[in-house]
Design a protein around this ligand. Sequence first.
Ligand code: SME
Length: 148
Amino acid sequence: MTDSEILSRLGKAAESGIKRDDLLREAVSLLKQARKYYNWIGIYLLDGDFLTLNNFVGRPTEHTRISIGSGVCGAAVADRENKVIQDVGLLDNYLACSLETESEIVVLIRRGEAIFGQIDIDSDVKNAFTPADEALLGHIAEILSTRF
Ligand code: SME
């Protein structure tokens, strides 16, 4: 599936008036179908000082609630920036979701200064994520941000 097909399908779902959680579920499910090297896909929502796992596809994780600053996910919120980690084995501040994970990307769902949550993706291969992935996920995050 091309990036524009993914975005058009998600855009149509957003316009159809489905509930926010259903739209988040649709986003993770579309990404799982569209990109084989996205092994775990989740959306965390910001709830006070914590990120809470809302929807995911892939192996169950024990990290369903992450404090701001912890791991790659919490650091993205603390630093107010997306994170692309090409080799998670090199990180000290890392919360392992699975022993298979080699690389990870976190893209914030935000509007201006306000951060609502993030899209978090793990891959079982190193160096999985390119600027094209960050751009695609940024567009998806923008569509999702309209629901907050
Ligand atoms: N690796 C993340 C935790 C989430 S799991 O990958 C599902 C982190 O370091 O914050």
